[in-house]
Design a protein around this ligand. Structure first.
Ligand SMILES: CC(C)C[C@H](NC(=O)[C@@H](N)CC(C)C)C(=O)O
Length: 622
């Protein structure tokens, strides 16, 4: 019997706090990673973003490794501990790699041996990816293991709280670590404080590990039943081979192709593999959701840079977790119970389908915003056009005529200028509020706000300093961005609503439909849908874009609608199961373990009505 508080196992407290600290550590480090590449290692934009994306993709590919270790070898508890140690070492290594004084022998403020810093940080990142990805499927599944059969309502609430902790941790860290980086620190010279920005996430990872170990005495720990993954592979291989050997029509068909393993393998193992394969098959269309979801960080960020408003980076990094923190309780406490009260069966797979449709709507909203932005963007010449800008420095207004060449797009400024001796220089800058012209003791100062996205030309006459800078002429070549960033809020709201319906439900679903000995594996399968979605984004980005960004958004929205229709058809044919019940049935048929069976039957009888409503929906179709 596990210790409980308000119907929840107390051990859960340690698991959610552990998740909060771990996500703080992960997202905090990620928030300053590109800046570290760019301004500490002095990599160019392309290299910095490529390595960043490769790292993120690796973090979502390693869960499968963690799951195999947990379900086949060490069990979830030990896997979490060992991989958290690897993770914490990775974070510490990363933090050490950012101390410039280590190799700054000449004390000029820049590291002298970049190879050392690069090697150390790459080692740190590999360890972090192994750790964070490896423990990810295990922590959620381990949390689920703490609940007993009669606590299915609490189990669902746990997954929601777990998701809240993920987002609370990420929200705090994405706000805090950039501030830490902006501090100055150093032994010989004062620099931006990367060691602090990476050091705090490292400390949080150590705290996460300590908290997890602190709960050690209270956890329900299930040992792995041998090398289950190897047995699964061998069993599937045998079924395929055996089916192939008996391909002639003279052999009677079997209900399921896995039944071709009946001759050699345990019925229980075959039943468990069938459960897992059924769910994995259902996952095939799911990466498409993540393909849209993950474009928040790329296409939508670029869209924000063509809009007006001063809160670009804050908006981008915090709006999603803030909305999650608001929407999860609203959905759980208000919307879902209300739907249930109306007598509608909003089953998990239905929720996920609706979640996909919300994400598609988010992209329609992004397309509408893009159309508004496009109306305000400057008219750039196409590949078959040229653009001339004629700056009139003559003393009177001149009429400009161009011989009739329809490809030319002319902009002329009828300004009056007094000198023809000038040089051009282009300066691109962020947050310009003032600039000065200085010549010896004389200067002109301009103090005013220049709009984002705007381009200005300043024509400076030779008399500039004698007439109090009055004669400088300013020409606005390109208007500042005028569509406000607040217009992106509906799309963020829609995609986050979609995320709550899709992702939180997917997490619960993956746990509830997995056999006991393969819970981590199915969690990893679920996380893999995210990795594949990310890879699709990378491929799509490389394969080029439609000429109009809004059209690309609509294309993605339509693709997701098509995928959600396919998914809903697949879901219609999916029968929800109670893995424990099926396992008990198979054991009964085999006449195995009578005492254990009795115990399971008793537990099953204990199940309250809640379970049927919440998760059970056994034998119900979408
Ligand atoms: C694959 C997801 C379940 C990953 C999950 N992300 C989120 O919850 C996001 N809303 C966080 C935000 C900061 C991008 C996670 O476990 O990090």
């Amino acid at each position: 019997m596990t210790a409980e508080c308000c119907g929840y196992p107390i051990s859960i407290f340690f698991i959610v706090v552990n998740e909060f600290c771990e996500r703080f550590s992960y997202y905090g480090m990620r928030a300053v990673l590109v800046l570290y590449f760019r301004y500490f290692l002095l990599w160019d934009d392309d290299l910095a973003t490529s390595i960043y994306h490769a790292f993120v993709a690796l973090c979502y590919l390693t869960p499968i490794l963690g799951a195999i270790i947990a379900d086949s070898w060490l069990g979830k508890f030990k896997t979490i501990i060992y991989l958290s140690i690897v993770y914490a070492i990775g974070q510490v290594t990363m933090a050490i790699s950012t101390i410039h004084d280590i190799t700054d022998a000449n004390r000029d403020g820049t590291p002298d041996n970049f190879t050392f810093h690069i090697a150390l940080s790459m080692l740190g990142l590999i360890l972090i990816a192994l750790g964070t990805g490896g423990i990810k499927p295990c922590v959620a599944a381990f949390g689920g293991d703490q609940f007993q059969e009669h606590q299915s309502r609490q189990l669902n609430t746990f997954f929601s709280v777990f998701y809240l902790c993920i987002n609370a941790g990420s929200l705090l860290s994405t706000l805090i670590t950039p501030v830490l980086r902006a501090q100055e620190c150093g032994i010989h010279t004062q620099q931006q404080c990367y060691p602090l920005a990476f050091g705090v996430p490292a400390v949080l990872m150590v705290i996460s590990l300590v908290v997890f170990i602190a709960g050690s005495g209270m956890y329900v720990k299930t040992d792995p039943e041998g090398n289950i993954m190897w047995s699964v592979c061998k069993c599937i291989g045998f079924a395929i081979k055996n089916r192939f050997r008996h391909r002639s029509s003279s052999y009677p068909k079997r209900e399921h192709w896995m039944d071709w393993a009946n001759e050699k393998y345990d019925k229980l193992l075959i039943a468990q593999i069938k459960m897992v394969l059924k769910v994995l098959f259902l996952y095939i269309p799911l990466p498409m959701f993540w393909t849209l979801f993950d474009q928040k960080g790329s296409r939508w960020t670029l869209q924000a840079t063509t809009m007006s408003g001063d809160f670009v980076s804050i908006l981008i990094s915090t709006v999603n977790p803030i909305l999650i923190l608001t929407l999860v309780p609203i959905m759980d406490r208000l919307i879902f119970p209300l739907i249930q009260k109306c007598g509608l069966n909003f089953s998990p797979l239905k929720r996920m389908t609706v979640g996909m449709l919300f994400a598609a709507m988010a992209f329609v909203s992004a397309a509408l915003v893009q159309i508004e932005i496009d109306k305000t963007l400057p008219n750039f010449p196409s590949s078959s056009e040229s653009q001339l800008k004629v700056v009139n420095t003559y003393s009177t207004t001149l009429n400009v005529t161009i011989s009739p060449n329809e490809h030319l797009l002319i902009e002329s400024f009828g300004v009056q200028l007094h000198t023809s001796k000038h040089t051009y220089s282009t300066i691109s800058c962020m947050f310009v509020n003032d600039f000065s012209l200085i010549h010896g003791e004389q200067w002109c100062e301009f103090s005013r706000k220049f709009g984002f996205g705007a381009s200005y030309t300043f024509l400076i006459p030779s008399t500039v300093f004698s007439d109090d800078c009055e004669s400088i002429t300013e020409v606005e070549d390109m208007k500042p961005n005028s569509v406000h960033m607040a217009l992106q809020i509906p799309q963020y709201f829609l995609i986050t609503t979609g995320e709550v319906m899709f992702s939180v439900t997917g997490l619960q679903f993956s746990y509830s439909q997995a056999p006991k000995n393969m819970k981590s594996v199915l969690q990893a399968g679920w996380l893999c849908t995210n990795a594949v979605g990310n890879i699709i984004v990378l491929i799509v980005a490389e394969l080029g874009k439609l000429p109009k960004q809004w059209a690309e958004y609509l294309l993605f929205a339509s693709l997701l609608v098509a995928v959600s229709i396919i998914f809903s058809i697949m879901a219609y044919f999916y029968t929800y199961i109670d893995p424990a019940e099926i396992e008990a049935q198979v054991r009964k048929e085999q006449g195995l373990e009578p005492e254990e069976m009795e115990k399971e039957t008793l537990e099953m009888e204990e199940k309250d009505e809640d379970q049927k409503n919440e998760q059970g929906v056994k034998q119900t179709k979408i």
